[in-house]
Design a protein around this ligand. Sequence first.
Ligand code: SF4
Length: 238
Amino acid sequence: MGRVTLKIYNKGFNYSQDGPGNRLVYHLQGCNFRCRWCSNPESMEASGECREYSVEELLKEAQSCVPMFFDGGGVTLTGGEPTMQFDEIKEFLSFLRKSGIHTAIENNGSHPRLRELFDVIDFLIMDVKHFDEEQHRFWTGVSNKNTVENLKIICETGRQALIRIPLINGVNNDAEGFVRLFNSFNCSGVYFEILPYHEFGRDKWTVPYEIENGFVESRDIKNFEKLFRENGLRIIKT
Ligand code: SF4
């Protein structure tokens, strides 16, 4: 365990935003997507500013925080894209699990081995950014094929998951397209959450920010959620 390290650019507690209860959230450096609206552009480059921690150090830190994990809390790994450090997080999550600490991961669904993490994740959060492969590639730089395949596996295995859609005007504001995709699987074990566009990261971009008029109206969100419910897709707000 001593030699394995994780690159982390930020860490801190939040309540119920990235999994249940009070959570210690680690933001991992590096992402394979280039979403044009990313609110953490500093996290994209694997070589970006961050600190390396050994799994041993992180485990000790998490164990010392156990009294803080109230209301079903625990540890969440997010990014960047945590699965970019796949073997390292697998080891860390396994040790957390063995210590009885609740584990969650927020990821973009693109890792072809995501399924290997299922046994060490209590709460799986996965983004689906666009239902259409070409549009997904245009807006994120990467195909949605792996994400769709992982969604299919999640649905087939009946495992719990929270699927998040960042809803952005002019990018993916098409509820019918998402419903078509989701209803091509049996999504009965899955919850969906619509996250309206924000610009918290706009000023952090060092190259021109390309999203214009990305904000969605509250009626768009309501219509989205209504269509999902009408089609048997469960919506929650965290
Ligand atoms: S997947 Fe997340 S971290 Fe990666 S570029 Fe997209 S929004 Fe940013």
